[in-house]
Design a binder for this molecule. Structure first.
Ligand SMILES: [Zn+2]
Length: 266
């Protein structure tokens, strides 16, 4: 019986793998490195867990014993991402991210939004989870488990159009990685706003003003929120989310994103 299940799992993993890309989504060169091979040189500034990522990144364990491929970038393109070692603050709220936003990360996020879904969310969220754990409690997982992971929501009409919310996908993968609770419904977008990318800081602030609300759900006893977005640029979207979360009594908030443009000097 166990052997039959094992064969079935391998077969399902193979079928799932066949839906995934076999070329790097940034440079479009077909993958040639055997799984688990380390890049020739990992520059200074990359955290210690970089080696673990390159040794294990090509598959991620899923519920039911399924294995999901997580190979989306070649070694060279992963190393074109820019690791972040500093913590920045938006007013008094920490904003943490594994990477600084650069051209390569923008390509990855574009793919996550419009084509890649979970095949990109899994490896990115692995980095986000490591960064969050390192910030909150590198040695004690008990502090992490108390946190509720909440994505920056899309408006329902936008989510229907795209099929999924990329921030929600990242948030659910981070929560699965760390064993924290996750809620896609606590924070809602009540107004369909324009894309922030074409607006300056003032325009961005105005665009998202009163765009969010918190649903009154009593089961969320924790006041510890990790607010997840794909990218934090000027921070106006998460600032507005934080404003409404604080108004509703959530006191302890951390912002976690895959990439950020803010730096300690901002
Ligand atoms: Zn590449």
């Amino acid at each position: 019986m166990g052997r039959v299940l094992g064969v079935l799992r391998s077969f399902l993993s193979f079928v799932i793998s066949s839906f995934f890309t076999n070329e790097c989504l940034v440079c479009h060169i077909p993958f040639y490195e055997p799984d688990g091979v380390l890049p020739v040189s990992i520059r200074e500034g990359w955290p210690e867990w970089t080696v673990i990522f390159f040794q294990n990144r090509f598959s991620f364990n899923m519920p039911g014993g399924l294995s999901l491929p997580g190979k989306v970038l070649c070694n060279d393109c992963w190393l074109k991402l820019q690791p972040v070692s500093d913590y920045t603050f938006l007013d008094d709220i920490p904003v943490i991210a594994p990477f600084r936003t650069n051209e390569t990360l923008l390509k990855v996020i574009r793919y996550l939004k419009f084509s890649g879904g979970i095949s990109v969310a899994k490896p990115l969220s692995w980095w986000m989870a490591k960064t969050l754990k390192d910030y909150v409690s590198p040695c004690d997982s008990a502090l992490l488990v108390q946190k509720l992971i909440v994505p920056v929501p899309l408006h329902n009409s936008r989510r229907r159009e795209r099929g999924y919310n990329q921030a929600s996908l990242l948030a659910s993968c981070v929560s699965a990685e760390l064993g924290c609770r996750f809620s896609a419904d606590l924070l809602v977008r009540v107004r369909n706003t324009k894309s922030q990318s074409s607006l300056d800081a003032d325009g961005r602030r105005e665009n998202v003003l009163k765009a969010f609300n918190v649903l009154e759900i009593n089961e969320f006893y924790t006041k510890d929120i990790v607010l997840v977005d794909d990218l934090v640029t000027t921070g106006e979207t998460v600032r507005e989310c934080i404003r409404i979360l604080k108004k509703k009594g959530f006191s302890n908030i951390i912002v976690l994103s895959a990439g950020k443009s803010l730096s300690a000097a901002d």
